[in-house]
Design a protein around this ligand. Structure first.
Ligand code: G6Q
Length: 553
């Protein structure tokens, strides 16, 4: 627990504010580059991926910073106790104090088998035993040893889960599609909207379909309802309850509920309560990933994240890449009033990456109460959004270039494409856009340039670009399993850093818990006959109109 109450009370915060007044208000990014030819070198950091020796370059130089800014921000991080909180996380301390839980997803990818404990008990053996189980099972499904109740090889995997039990597997299987078994069909059913399940089932045959029911608690209404519907669909054809064992497995912490549902303990892949939902793709929740890309690739995915963990744990803060990322976010949020954070991967396979990060960032840091229980005196969690480029360029980048809002932006590109078609022409065009967008956002276009291009006087103000928009460019070698693992871990520790400075608990989610209970009461009311009057006139009015339209008297 941090000793300070509010970020603004940190001894170094006033120094940062003063620095902002001196530098921030008059900052002109392009002039920084004119003045200092070494700026790119000084303000970039390289992550060495120890799994395959590749590197990821993080270019922070197009941000509103100097080397001094980093020094002061690092001082803020030190004053806020970031290092202690980080070390406590790696030591298995219960830093998620509102739920009295350790935050130990880093133990799930501890591929170097370092000692890791919770409550004085090693977790390494249990983590490895679940990984062994995942390996055996995924190998069997992939090579056809695991057969459906009529002896057929599994062709379709349907993962049923929501939130943290869905977004990770969806995003990772999409991002690593080039490593996937293309003979296998994957569906991810999350929404309680019957359409989601119905569409997945329309495409599937019970004889060769495997359901992975992914739910930490195994009590989430959407998932349990969807899983029951899947079971009914399956039983209609299979008839015999014994067939369930070949077609339903559970990824969960709750043995009792899993057994009640009718899934054998043998077919359950467990994990512990110290794995938060949005950090669970590294656990048994990642089984769909392991089946699709194979266990060796899944292991590389864990190893890439582990390499980023070791960097985060052992690197001095000035050189610590996720720490710098997180500190910049705090800098923009609380000194420049930025409300948003855009992440655009220049990679079609990574099209669900922003959606995944949305949960990671906004569920972790969408909090207004400090760890001491007070309302924060500053803004916290940014609104994270994004879409892959270049598509996004043809839609909302307009607001980046000429809008009134400051939108700190991350662009991500891999130098090597998985599909270098047409002699790599596509890749070069993609890369050109990656460079051009960051450059244009920074340099803008002034009146003289617009006039020189022949614009009539009345159009000059419309064609002018102010520039001076900050971006971070992230350049990887190739989106391999280990690189993706490292990139996700980068954003996890970035989010961790923000939360530590804001002095909030990034690891609970009471807002999500509220959602889980709210609808229950109304659902019961939908089955009651007659006019509803139990709510405010708007809510009751809507309920009554729905009942009329849906034919529920
Ligand atoms: C994540 C959240 C939330 C959770 C889902 C699903 O951090 O806690 O998104 O993952 O509500 O919960 P279950 O896995 O328990 O079904």
């Amino acid at each position: 627990m941090a000793e300070f109450a509010q970020m603004l009370d940190l001894p170094s915060w006033s120094k940062l504010q003063k620095h902002h007044e001196e530098l921030g208000v008059n900052i002109v990014l392009k002039e920084f580059f004119q003045k200092d030819p070494e700026r790119f070198r000084k303000l970039s950091r390289t992550f060495k991926n120890t799994v395959d020796g590749s590197e990821i370059l993080f270019d922070f130089s197009k941000n509103f910073i100097t080397e001094e800014t980093i020094q002061i921000l690092v001082q803020v991080a030190k004053d806020a106790g970031l290092e202690k909180l980080r070390d406590d996380m790696f030591a298995g301390e219960k830093i998620n104090f509102t739920e009295k839980r350790a935050v130990y997803h880093v133990a799930l990818r501890n591929v170097s088998n370092q000692p890791m404990q919770v409550d004085g008990k090693s977790v390494v053996e249990e983590v490895n035993s679940v990984l062994d189980h995942m390996k055996d099972f995924s190998d069997q499904v992939r090579d056809g040893q695991w057969k459906g109740y009529t002896g057929k090889k599994i062709k379709t995997i349907i993962n049923i889960g929501i939130g943290g039990s869905d977004l990770g597997p969806v995003m990772v299987t999409e991002a690593l599609k080039p490593y996937g078994d293309r003979d296998m069909k994957l569906h991810f059913v999350s929404n309680i909207d019957g359409t989601h399940m119905a569409e997945a089932l329309k495409d599937s045959d019970p004889e060769d379909t495997l359901f992975l029911v992914a739910s930490k608690t195994f009590t989430t209404a959407e998932t349990v309802t969807n899983a029951n519907s899947a079971k009914h669909w399956f039983m209609e054809k299979a008839k015999d309850e014994k067939a369930i064992a070949k077609h339903f497995v559970a990824l969960s912490t709750n043995v009792e509920e899993v057994t009640k549902f009718g899934i054998d303990k043998e077919n359950m892949f467990g994990f512990e309560s110290w794995v938060g939902g949005r950090y669970s793709v590294w656990s048994a929740i990642g089984l769909s990933v392991a089946i699709y890309i194979g266990f060796k690739n899944f292991h590389d995915f864990l190893a890439g994240a582990h390499a980023m963990d070791m960097h985060f744990k052992n690197t001095p803060l000035e050189q610590n890449i996720p720490v710098i990322g997180g500190l910049l976010s705090v800098w923009y949020s609380d000194c420049f009033g930025a409300q948003t954070h855009l992440v655009s991967p220049f990679d079609q396979y990574m099209h669900r990456f922003p959606a995944y990060l949305q949960q990671l960032s906004m569920e972790s840091n969408g909090k207004a109460i400090t760890r001491s229980g007070d309302y924060v005196k500053y803004t916290t969690g940014a609104i994270l959004f994004g879409e892959p480029a270049t598509n996004a360029q043809h839609s909302f980048y307009q607001l980046l270039h000429q809008g009134t809002k400051l939108i700190p932006t991350d662009f991500i590109l891999a130098a090597e494409s998985h599909n270098p078609i047409e002699n790599n022409v596509h890749q070069k065009m993609l890369a050109s856009n990656f460079f051009a967008q960051a450059e244009a956002l920074m340099v803008g276009k002034d009146e003289n340039q617009v006039k020189a291009e022949g614009a009539p006087d009345d159009l000059v103000p419309h064609k002018k670009f102010l520039g001076n928009r900050p971006t971070t460019s992230i350049l990887a070698q190739k989106i391999t399993p280990s690189t993706l693992g490292a990139l996700i871990a980068y954003y996890e520790h970035f989010t961790f850093t923000e939360g530590a400075i804001w002095n909030i608990n990034s690891f609970d989610q009471w807002g999500v818990e509220l959602g889980k209970s709210l609808a229950k009461k109304i659902q019961a009311e939908l089955d009651q006959s007659g006019e509803n009057t139990t709510h405010d006139s708007s809510t009751s009015g809507l309920i009554n109109e729905f009942k009329k339209k849906a034919g529920i008297a």
